[in-house]
Ligand binder design. Structure first.
Ligand code: 6GU
Length: 225
């Protein structure tokens, strides 16, 4: 899979994908992430990409021309399955959406900044709008990083058995059960004995029970009996 990210602040994404699981995905050639600077696609002086909004009001708006120049140039090399604009008024990201996007081959993520982007670009070029939650960020970059991470780790072969996506919180509408590692007793705080029993069936039952308990307690809104 390839994910291209178009931004006016490429520095915000420096290093976001060069560690841990997404680095492994890149090393295994399962995922390629390219950060593209929108300023490379304007012909205006001082690499201008934004302007005042018609009708007045505070805040700059990303201009349609550099955005379209960039998209059309990138489309010479890639056929995008989705052109996604990251925006607080988009559809809220959840695991189901990440799962479905992880099945695509080519995604283009567009990061907004300032007051937003020209509506004509949204109407005519964007195919999907995604938010990462009900709060406002200063730009779409951190949201794009969250989205790319949530998608990238789901690509088959990226995670190994130990970190399998199948046991994640939310994958089956349950939060993950608690986990423990050495030592077995830290200052009198002990690991639940069932985990030391060696009985895998009992352990699986206990984990499921804890996952259900946690979900009912912490996220009654997602709990299905
Ligand atoms: Cl995608 N962008 C911005 N600027 N703020 C957000 C967001 C996106 N998702 C939640 N807040």
């Amino acid at each position: 899979m390839k994910i291209d990210i178009l931004t006016v602040v490429p520095g915000l994404l420096d290093g976001a994908f060069s560690h841990s699981i997404l680095k492994r995905a890149a090393d295994k050639k399962l995922l390629e992430i390219n950060v593209i600077n929108l300023r490379d696609y304007t012909n205006l002086p001082r690499a201008q990409v934004d302007d005042y909004q018609f009708g007045g009001g505070a805040g700059m708006v990303l201009m349609i021309e550099p955005l379209v120049n960039a998209v059309e140039s990138l489309q010479q090399k890639s056929i995008y399955d989705e052109i996604i604009f990251l925006t607080p008024d988009g559809k809220t990201l959840n695991q189901k959406l990440a799962n479905s996007l992880s099945l695509k081959n080519n995604l283009l993520l567009i990061c907004g900044h300032y007051k937003g982007i020209d509506q004509r670009f949204r109407d005519n070029f964007v195919t999907m709008e995604i938010s990462i939650g009900d709060y406002v960020l200063s730009g779409g970059e951190l949201a794009a990083a969250v989205l790319a991470d949530s998608i990238g780790r789901l690509i088959p072969g990226v995670l190994n058995d130990e970190s399998s996506a199948l046991t994640d919180s939310f994958q089956d509408d349950l939060l993950a059960p608690p986990v423990y590692t050495r030592p077995e007793d830290f200052r009198g705080m002990k690991v639940p004995p069932v985990l030391m029993s060696g009985n895998h069936k009992l352990i699986e039952e206990w984990r499921h029970e804890k996952a259900v308990e946690r979900t009912q307690l912490l996220r009654p809104d997602i709990f299905k009996s």
